[in-house]
Write a protein that binds this ligand. Sequence first.
Ligand code: COI
Length: 357
Amino acid sequence: ADIRTPAAAASAVAAPTSKSTVDIDWDNIGFGIRDTDYMYVATCQLGTEEWRGSLRPFGNMTMSPSAAVLNYGQGVFEGLKASRTADGRILLFRPEENAARMTYGAGRMSMPAPPKDLFLDAVKQTVLANEAWIPPYGKGSLYIRPLLIGTGAVLGLAPAPEFTFLVFVSPVGSYFKTGQMSPLDLYVEEVFKRASPGGSGGVKTISNYAPVLMTQLNAKKQGFADVIYLDAVENKYVEEVSSCNIFVVKGKTIVTPELKGTILPGITRKSVMELARSKGFDVSEERVSIEDLLAGDEVFCTGTAVVISAVGSVTYQGKKREYHTGQPGPVAQDLYKTLTDLQTGRSPDTLGWTIQL
Ligand code: COI
């Protein structure tokens, strides 16, 4: 089916019935894409703000070779998760935050954003239609990927005449191959930058991610799990890791780099700051120099995909600073437990962060 016209989107509706079981080894899911049963697709013509969408069977899409997303990278994405509770309920974690962030990013990338209610409804419908793919309690979660892209054809540099909002899902376990509880060895990149002031580092545009692959792959070849980026101006302040934010713990103080347009405003980042404050930590967002990071007692990363991942070592200018090896440091471990207890319904949600489907 051609996704470029609302008529095509509307005609592709199939009655969404989730399978009762799927053939998958729940103990070895990893973080990869699996073809699930349904995806949500909506389209909007430039200048109309009118979205028409529906669920349709998961599958390939067609678009013009001249689509703005293919030629000029006009697109933003989101990531959130649905988790199963011990008693079989399904919980979404802070989906309204994703809707708001997509709206903000859409503005920066000159795209119309799907209204919040349409975003939330699309996420809920897609999760429920793929219910069989939600890992059992304790085995992982369903990663949800909302995507907003310019699918209309352009040649000169201009916004697309048509936009597509999609939601697809995939069951996931631990993001890093070494497993959720294994601390990461990170490498501080000094030559290549992730983002610069005035650029698009602070929005979740698709074009922020391919440029980090080269440094990430180089680091992986040398045995590192990922890369820490430094600021583009002074080459001295910590920004973030390729796919996640970073925190430093020193005694009862926790710092994370301040949001100044080059750092992704993570929803897990924001949640962890709040949880840490409620545990009595003095949490601040400020410039974090590489020296501050190396002097910390503990370092950890946060993100929807990585959850909270402890850092075991940081290598900077050929020197390796080891933190906690073998197992996560106590602060990362405690925050991980508190966050995942909330996300999986093990603790009562007094903050109103989860939505039950
Ligand atoms: C997420 O954590 O959800 C992200 O979007 C990062 C992505 C590179 C997996």
